[in-house]
Design a protein around this ligand. Structure first.
Ligand code: 5GP
Ligand code: ZN
Length: 118
């Protein structure tokens, strides 16, 4: 049995507030939102980090971004703007080791140069 919390969300053994799903991708609201909109977009397949993404995952990565565009439109923040974040390993601030893209928006975000990326 998997110990990965996001695999459990994919399996449905851990509940989540889903916002989008297709055959390969799932998106749900972050349990600790950093902004009015904070959605996590994940591949259903377990990939620990961006470092383990391979050539054969190109279509899957494109799907994550397609889902992000779709969700941003659906939630009404596409025009105002939003941020997509992928944290990698310890220094990147990764806590859950199942690849995910944060879709963050609904307010004016800090600039990257200020160090506030949330
Ligand atoms: P990371 O720091 O790994 O990029 O981000 C992990 C994110 O997953 C955090 O923003 C955290 O709030 C969120 N998270 C952790 N556990 C759960 C959970 O069980 N359900 C949901 N919806 N989000 C979670
Ligand atoms: Zn997983």
């Amino acid at each position: 049995m998997t110990e990965c919390i996001f695999c459990k969300i994919v399996e449905g053994t851990v509940p989540s507030k889903k916002v989008y799903e297709n055959d390969t991708v799932l998106a749900f609201h972050d349990i600790q939102p950093a902004a009015p909109v904070h959605v996590l977009i994940i591949p259903k397949k377990h990939i620990p980090t961006m470092n383990e993404v391979g050539e054969s995952d190109a279509a899957l990565i494109a799907e994550l971004f397609a889902a992000a565009r779709h969700i941003a439109r659906e939630l009404g923040i596409a025009e105002a703007g939003y941020r997509l974040v992928n944290n990698v390993n310890k220094d990147g601030g990764q806590v859950v080791y199942h690849l995910h893209v944060h879709l963050i928006g609904g307010r004016k975000l800090g600039t990257l140069v200020s160090g506030d990326v949330s």
